[in-house]
Design a protein around this ligand. Structure first.
Ligand code: SF4
Length: 235
């Protein structure tokens, strides 16, 4: 598999925000969102075997897998791993990687656009699905049958950059009763590009709209962009 980076940080988004987490970023994406903040992962990267990735995750988690006298392996010290990209589901090796991580006792999350089938993954993997709104430039890419795979441990995210995006996310959330299907629906305002390539969405305005419509959703901010400079990689 082709890996862009593997690093340790705190989870920047979703309901596990702030928790220490190991990130495995896979190279390549088939979409081109206008506000993509990880375009550096479209190309390049390093070829690694699944077991090499696993070993690196163990290293970052300080997990020692050697069984002593047949004793069970120790639990990972840092048990949360996120598989991300790019689009991690473009590489089939992500499936055995997820299974091996689960077998070693990690809690495994995957961040995906939902353009590919998520049912190929082990059920225990927590799916964070980023359904694209119109102003992303990649609308209608979400595979609707994925809704039937998602369940009460999963999260659906909408990244919102305009009123048009908000109305799309609101209508989709209500029409498909997303709040009762998944653990949490998250509306996240686009963070402005530090280089000025795209504008951000005003979080105050988004909060007002959510409250006005009494939506069963959570506001999501990307805390890593407040802790570090928004262009910083590997955090
Ligand atoms: S799907 Fe994700 S990685 Fe791909 S272009 Fe969109 S934001 Fe970037």
């Amino acid at each position: 598999m082709i890996i862009s980076e593997i690093f340790r940080s705190v989870q920047g988004e979703g309901t596990r925000t702030g928790l220490p987490c190991i990130f495995v970023r896979l190279t390549g994406c088939n979409l081109r969102c206008t506000w993509c903040d990880t375009a550096y992962a479209f190309h390049g990267g390093q070829k690694m075997e699944v077991d090499e990735v696993l070993a690196r995750v163990h290293e970052l988690s300080s997990l020692h897998t050697q069984k002593e006298n047949g004793a069970a392996p120790k639990k990972p010290k840092l048990p949360l791993v996120e598989l991300t990209g790019g689009e991690p589901l473009l590489q089939p090796e992500v499936i055995p990687l997820a299974q091996k991580l689960l077998d070693c006792g990690y809690e495994v999350m995957i961040e995906t656009s939902g353009e590919r089938q998520v049912s190929v993954l082990p059920r225990e993997v927590i799916k964070i699905v980023d359904i694209k709104c119109p102003d992303s430039g990649e609308p209608d890419t979400f595979l609707m049958e994925n809704l039937d795979t998602l369940d009460g441990k999963d999260e659906i995210k909408f990244v919102i950059s305009s009123r048009r995006d908000y109305e799309f996310a609101r209508d989709f959330t209500l029409q498909h009763d997303l709040a009762s299907r998944v653990h949490q629906v998250i509306f996240s305002p686009v963070h402005p590009d530090p280089a000025g390539s795209w504008q951000g969405m005003n979080a105050h305005e988004l909060v007002e709209w959510i409250l006005q419509d009494e939506l069963p959703v959570r506001l999501g901010l990307q805390i890593h962009k407040f802790i570090w400079h928004p262009a910083t990689r590997g955090v």
